[in-house]
Each structure stands twice: as C-alpha cells, then as structure tokens.
Write a protein that binds this ligand. Sequence first.
Ligand code: DGJ
Length: 727
Amino acid sequence: MYLLKKIILLAFLLNGFESFANINENIVISTASNALVFKVDKNKKLRQCYYGGKLNSSDYSSIQISTIDAFPTFGTSYINEAALRAVHADGNTSTELVYDSFTTEKEGDSVELTTILLKDVYFPFQVKLCFKAYQKENVIEQWSEIRHTEKKPVMLYNFASSHLAFSNTNYYLTQFYGNWAEEMKMEEVKLTRGVKVLDSKLGVRSDQFAHACFMLSLNAESQENAGDVIGGTLAWPGSWNITFDVDQQNSLHVIPGINAYASQYKLKPNTVFKTPSFLYTYSSEGTGTVSRNFHRWAKKYGIYRGEKTRTTLLNNWEATYFNFNEDVLSKIIKDASDMGFELFLLDDGWFGEKYPRNDDTQGLGDWMVNRKKLPDGIGYLINESNKNNIKFGIWLEPEMVNPKSELYEKHPDWVIGQPNRALDLQRNQLILDLSNPKVQEYVFSVIDKTLSENPGIAYVKWDCNRYMTNSGSYFLSAENQSHLFIDYVHGLFNVLNRVRAKYKDISMMLCSGGGGRIDYATLPYFDEFWITDNTDALDRIFIQWGTTQFFPAMALASHVSVVPNGITGRSEPLKFRFDVAMSAKLGMDLQPKDMSPDDKEFSKKAIQEYYGIRGIVQFGDLYRLLSPYTNARTALMYVSENKNEAIVFTYLLKKAIAGNNQPLVLNGLDPKKMYAVSEINRDPKSYSWFSPLEGQIFTGEFLMKYGLRFAMYNEYDSKIIKLTVRE
Ligand code: DGJ
C-alpha cells in the first residue's frame, strides 16, 4: 500500500515537473487588463490555460497546463463539439493539430497581432489561430486561417473562428433574440450539462430571430457593476452559430463561427479559408464594463468613421410610405429644415418605370426614377434640400428584386432559388445571388449609378428585407452549391469594398427590415444602423437596451414617429418619444404637416437640445442604471470622457399612483468633482417633480452613493438631466 502511494506521488510530481518544463512556451495574449494564456504540452498540443484578468508577467509560468485543446479537431480531440472538422484529400476524416510556432507583431501603439501556427502531424494541412489584442479597449479579435497543400481539395465541415474554454462552477448565458419589430430581447439562463446552440440559418438578414452576441457570466448570474463576465459577438452577416458545450468535467466550451449547417466548403490547395472574427472582452466588474469596452472599440475600429458626429435626419417612410410626389416631398424637406434637422432621407418608392414601385409588390431592382411621382428626378429634390440648407439621403435595397420587375425579366437566373421549385417569396421579393460576380457587378452599379448621377446625395440607407430560402445558386456548380451561404457574404463584401473605395464621404445606414443585420463585419462600412421597424418609444427602450449591450448609441438611429404608433397602436407623449430617441442618434419618421403647431414648436426645441447633448450621447460612456426588465422606472446615463459632463435619461413605464421614488444612483462620475444638475427638454406645460433639485450642486461621490431622488407619477413620464462640472 505504502509503495503504491509512493508511485502515485512520484507520477504526480513527474507530471507536474513536465508541465513546468514548458514554461518557455507560454503564449500570452494580453490587453491593458485581460489576458488569454496558451501553453504547449509534452505532446506538442496547444492548450488554453487561462482567460481572465491580467496577471504579473512572472505569474504566467505558474499557471498550470490544462487538458483543454486550444482548437479541438474532429477525430483526435475528446470533446463533443469540434472547432474544426475536415475530410482530407485521401478520405481521412480526422485532423490532428500540433503546435509549430507563434509570432507577434505590433500594429501601431495599441494593437498587437499574435499568430499561432498549428500543423497536422501527417497531412500538409495547417491552421493559424490569429488574435488581435486591442490594448486600451480590452477587446480580443480572433479568427482562424485554414490552408493546405494536399493533392486534391479538402472538404471542410466545421470551421470555427475560436474555441474558448472555462472551468467554473456555474455558467449563466444571456442571449439576444426576437423577431421583426421585437428585436434584441434579452434572456439569461443557467447552462446545464450538454450543448446549447445559438444560431441563424437564414443566410441573409441573419439576425432576424437571434443576434450573434452573448454575455457569459461566470459562477453567478450577471450583474451590471460586478462579477466576472465575458461578452462575445461574431462579426458575420451570414448564417452563424455559437455553441456552448458544458462537458463531463463541467468545463464550458464556447465555439463561435460561421454556421456549418448545409455549408461544407471545398478548400482547394494553397488557398486560405479565413473565418470571420469573433470579438470578445472580459470584465471582473460586470456587464456594464463589457458594453463600454465594445463601444469604445467600435468607435475606433468597428464602425465607419466612428470619430465623426452623426447627423439628425427626417425620414419620409412612416410619413408617407409609398404615397408621395415632388410637392409632398418638397414640403417635407422644408418642414424638416425648419424644425432643425440636418438631413432629409427619401425612403422606398421613388423608382420603377415599367413596374412603378407604388407598393411592395413590384419594381424592386429597377433603379430608375419614377417620373410620374418625381418628374424632375432626384436632382430636383437635392436642389430643394440645398435650398433649405439640409442634406439629402436616399433608400436602396440593392441585393433584392421583385419578380415583377424589368431586372427579373432580363435575368431570372440571377436570383437565389432552385430549379423545379416554385419561387418562394417574402415581402414579394427574391434575393440576388451575390456569389455570382456578374450580380456583384450589377449591385455595385446600382449604388454607383445612383450616386454618380446625383452628386448631391450625402447618405444611403441600405435595406435588405428577406432571408434565404430555397437556397440554391444558378451560378455555382452542382457540387459547390453548399458554398452559397458563405460565397454570398464574400460577394457582399466585394461590393461594399468597392463602394467604400469610391465613395468615402457618403454616410450609410445599415438596415435590414429593421434590425436584421447588425454585426461588426458589416459595420466597418456603415456609419449607423437601424435596429427595428418598431418606432414605439416604449418598445424601443427595450430594443435599445439590448442592442447597446454591444453596439454604441452613437450609431443607433432612433426615430420619433406618429401616434397612435403604426405597429403597437400605443399613444405616448411627444416628449417621451423624443426623450427615448435622444438617448441614441435622433431622427424623425413622421409627416410634419400633420403635427400641431405646439408639437412642431416642441420638436424644434428638442432638436436644439439634442445638439447641446449629442457630443456626450454619441461619444460618452454608457452607464446603465435601472433595467426596464426589472424596474417600472428605467434609467441610463452617458458620461463624457473627461467626466466633466453627463446626461441622465429616465423613463417611467407604468403609472405609479403614489409616485415612483426609486433613487437614481448615478455611475461613472468623478467622486471628487462637483456637478450642477439641470433638467433639459422640459415640457413647459407640465409640472416637473425634479424642480426642487434644479441647479443644485452635488459631489460625484454623493450622486453615486445617494443619487438623485425625485418622484415620477405618470406612465411615459420622462426626464433628461444634464450634469455639468462646477469648479
Ligand atoms: C424596411 C425598413 O426597415 C424600413 O425602415 C423601410 O425602409 C422599409 N423597409 C421600406 O420598404
């Protein structure tokens, strides 16, 4: 017995010794306060050993080597879900990757790229794991590059962007789901043993039912300002998949990537299959920091011209729908300008000759002006806008076509579909097959022609109103049909690259029948995004709450619209509608001529108030104070980078007979600074319970411990409070 114990102890020590023999093989990917650590074991396998708060550099060698594969492959790794599954040219279904080497290079002062090369032990087949560490923002961007020099193509069946593992007691997953007009709802669940999959198989408009974003709270349920949380999002506008696998040892494996469903990809020798980027950040201080990390990162790297102030606009969609002409639009342009908006956006319905687009049944694809509605063309409206000192923008849905269109008559083989199947329409339309270079050329020409023939266009709203069904390509060969989902996205990016190469100064809004396409692969081409067609302010509070967990409010277009709301039938006060829209990027979607003089006057003032705070809203840090999911009164605030100014938004969602006195305990301020508080965008006609606090001065510490206390009574009461530092 004694001997046996000695042998076990010796084996343990030897094992320990072997682990420590690899101390020089630490691969540390670190940011200002996060670190991701890999080690190579005695069999040359790359193991993920740590992801969390940054440690002293001398401590990394003390991290124990784990048994967790950095990039598990089918056939040779024991876990259920593989990050990679390939069938090699000779039919071998397994891949066994071992560590070869790694490199790091600086990209400017604050970005570091680490590339770890893994090679199959037998086949000339390799995977590069690539990590960009954004130092200041604490975000890691990871993707994989798969390449081989086998004699024939290799078939890829799974191709994840990353594989992240955790060994904790409990895992709580917040997912983001919804549907048209109710996007980005949040739900937190405890992960149990086995696999949970978040995914989209829609190909296009792929965020319609679920977003490729998650918050993962370790050990306990997530909190806003405390606890270990990882936020992740996949930068890919096509079908995606994020698998969460809690294994037999209670380790969690997170595997994000392109959805492999019906998408096996034949990889030719010497070509690189580059996966989309998976972006993630860790915080020990709750979900609030995770969101702020993403926002800061996005403004610098993730959206087009993230440093530029976003303009306000009036969109005619809910004002007129398809029912307009030159006079109607000219009047709206004038009213928009009088109210103080900076841009007028002409929506759907301005085009189509043989099949005029007077409703959504026809004309999509025929991008020539409908001269019956607009006899003097787009140029006339641009002139009207110029005369009124306002910019002009236009709606396009270049990836789509109605079968009732001249385009479809000419090119029926340009659409996505399958022979011997009936056309499967959504909103009476089909998708153009962007895997086909000729279609890419055409889609580019739609933008190019519209913009070059009308030089005054300053803004494009790029819409996309259906997802893929009947997913076949008349361009791809029979054996490459499964490439369609992936090649479509590459085709889209080819077009977007060309658009941005030629039109750098145009602002673009990313829209997809509401918020069906919001991701960090597409946003680098777009200045802003549309999150939902539901413009009801109450519903928007929730949708904005969900969306801004990952995407910054500066680019989130939020429009004041008519009451009763076209979708929900609710009637909310104009002030409430403005106060909600002003917490993001303000716009309007209603017919000004139908507004009362009082409402117009209020709107004028509100727009000016917005200009006074937009710098803080668009470039400040977001602090969420009271969640609408758990409070009748909800609140959030933005704090300027130097902490000298802040804006608090609070909304009462339900009538409180005796008054809702919930303290607004603020966050993000400098505890030592003195702040004067003042209500803005006041409704002069109603009594403000904030009045006793008006003009008072408090320390940041007081505001972050005791808070601002004032009652709110009526459903849809709202307040915007400005804080300004007093020396
Ligand atoms: C869907 C968009 O989300 C709306 O804002 C509007 O542009 C319509 N399409 C137009 O068809």
